[in-house]
Design a protein around this ligand. Structure first.
Ligand code: HEC
Length: 140
């Protein structure tokens, strides 16, 4: 009897840990393509945030950080968690144009300077799809 209770407790402890590490890993992998878009130098025809939110030190707008690790933890544990709350309905989704019928406003000044994120099979772009897949990791 004691063994049964014991292994039950162990399972109750271990199973959520496995689930947690699985989603943490998914989140890190799914961030890769989003990071690749974000970290492009901003301006011109770029969809990137580097030079504004992504920089060695705060420069323009809320500062996400400089390295991939900084920026990911800004969204996961830092002040940026407010921007991803709601996932596909979050402020980040809204800013970048993932919500149907809502006009994006980032990168700032787009389309004059910088361009909005898009999915374009011909150009091989999956920027919004990648964003949605990564945002899903905050809701599952
Ligand atoms: C030219 C500099 C510039 C670029 C490039 C830029 N931003 Fe911004 N962004 C700003 C500034 C400045 C603000 C603050 C605007 C305000 O408060 O009115 C801002 C605000 C935001 C906000 C709203 C923050 C909040 O607290 O509501 C989000 C989200 C955002 N930017 C995301 C992005 C992302 C993601 C990118 C890259 C894809 C990007 N921006 C590119 C300058 C920039």
């Amino acid at each position: 009897m004691a063994t049964v209770i014991c292994s039950f407790r162990l399972a109750a402890l271990v199973i959520p840990l496995i689930a947690l590490s699985g989603s943490a890993r998914a989140q890190i992998d799914l961030f890769d393509p989003v990071w690749a878009t974000m970290t492009q130098q901003s301006g011109g025809d770029s969809p990137g945030c580097r030079g504004c939110h992504i920089a060695p030190q705060p420069s323009f707008g809320p500062w996400f950080g400089d390295t991939r690790e900084d920026v990911l933890s800004y969204f996961v544990n830092g002040p940026g968690s407010q921007l991803v709350t709601g996932c596909r309905q979050s402020s980040l989704a809204e800013a970048l144009g993932l919500i149907d019928g809502v006009q994006p406003f980032m990168p700032r000044d787009a389309p004059l300077d910088g361009r909005f994120w898009r999915d374009d099979p011909v150009a091989g772009l999956t920027e919004l799809t990648d964003l949605g897949n990564w945002l899903d990791t905050f809701c599952f």
